[in-house]
Ligand binder design. Structure first.
Ligand SMILES: [Ca+2]
Ligand SMILES: [Ca+2]
Length: 160
């Protein structure tokens, strides 16, 4: 157990941008991001992200959206076969997009042209895997990759 714990600590990497993230995560501001290397429904993906200590990534502004775009472009070979689930659903009330966990209304959107179209009942938020990486509402049971986001460990957390 001791060795494992030490390995976990050692694998925490420091990024000049701010947060310490676990190995395999990318750091942006106070947060860490990772692409789930498996396909799942939106709800399953949210559960996986939660198990990993976070949530499906709620993208809050253009700056964060640009960061995620860059990250997904680097993962292009992985994501070429599916969309990527992110944090947002209008399952409770059509057209009202809220974040998983907090249930706060989303304030930033990066919809693809003609989206969201709610075609046949689409209530979960995904990023298209084409070059533009704009957003789509899709059926929640579709098996997609997913982007998880969790709070990183900052210097203050470590000192405190
Ligand atoms: Ca909908
Ligand atoms: Ca759609």
């Amino acid at each position: 157990m001791g060795i494992l714990y030490t390995l976990l600590l050692v694998s925490a990497i420091y990024s000049a941008e701010g947060a310490y993230c676990k190995d395999g995560y990318s750091s942006h501001g106070e947060y860490c991001y990772a692409l789930l290397p498996l396909k799942a429904s939106w709800a399953e993906a949210q559960q996986y992200c939660k198990t990993l200590g976070g949530s499906l990534a709620v993208i809050e502004d253009a700056d964060e959206s640009n960061f995620v775009e860059g990250m997904l472009k680097r993962e292009h070979s992985t994501i070429s076969t599916s969309q990527i689930w992110i944090g947002g659903t209008d399952l409770l009330q059509e057209g009202l997009w809220i974040a998983p966990e907090t249930l706060e209304p989303l304030t930033f959107f990066n919809w693809a042209p003609k989206e969201p179209d709610n075609l046949g009942g689409q209530h979960c938020l995904a990023v298209f895997n084409n070059a533009d990486l704009k957003w789509d509402d899709n059926r929640c049971e579709v098996q997609n990759y997913a982007l998880c986001k969790s709070e990183g460990v900052t210097n203050e957390n470590i000192v405190g």
